[in-house]
Design a protein around this ligand. Sequence first.
Ligand code: HEC
Length: 169
Amino acid sequence: MRAVAMVAAIALGALPGIARAVGTAGSAAVAAGGYRGAASIPGVPDPRRAWADWALDCQGCHRVDGGGSARTAPRIAGEVAKYLQVAGGREYLGRIPGIASSPLSDARLAELVNWMLFRFDRRDLPAHFRPYTAAEIGRLRARPLRLQAAAVRRALQRRIRRRARSGAR
Ligand code: HEC
């Protein structure tokens, strides 16, 4: 199963190393295979770069489609923007270890997080959503969650469930 996914990823030019190696043709493949949706996304100057960053830094754990797996990382597809609907969720997304400890610069990471929210869970984005800026991501990642991550996540998940039960939108 994993091997099949890998072959598919290579066929789509999904492995950034390969995409880079083949230059322009690779970028076109990345655009076609990796990014679907609006041509312009707020807070995302270059969606193809954001997608390549995702492929390199995140999808190993979260999977190409954001589906996650029980052993590696939670599902973010159809879920991740719900954090923006509850108190503390916006901060959480900048402080979780996988994001805070990424080797990307603050600007690239802000772009990636904004892109991720649109790519995987546009439906749940609050109407008043303001894209993350490099400065905000810089502030948040400077205080990474460590051992507390799981407890913070559980508390936020409770808030999200309560909100869903109350029928809020
Ligand atoms: C080594 C595996 C791994 C990598 C790499 C990784 N993550 Fe994660 N991610 C996790 C795990 C595990 C969690 C659950 C919270 C925790 O324990 O850190 C998580 C949580 C998240 C969450 C919150 C979802 C939730 O429901 O808690 C988001 C959003 C996220 N990661 C995005 C990213 C992005 C973006 C990247 C790349 C910059 C990334 N992750 C890289 C494993 C990973």
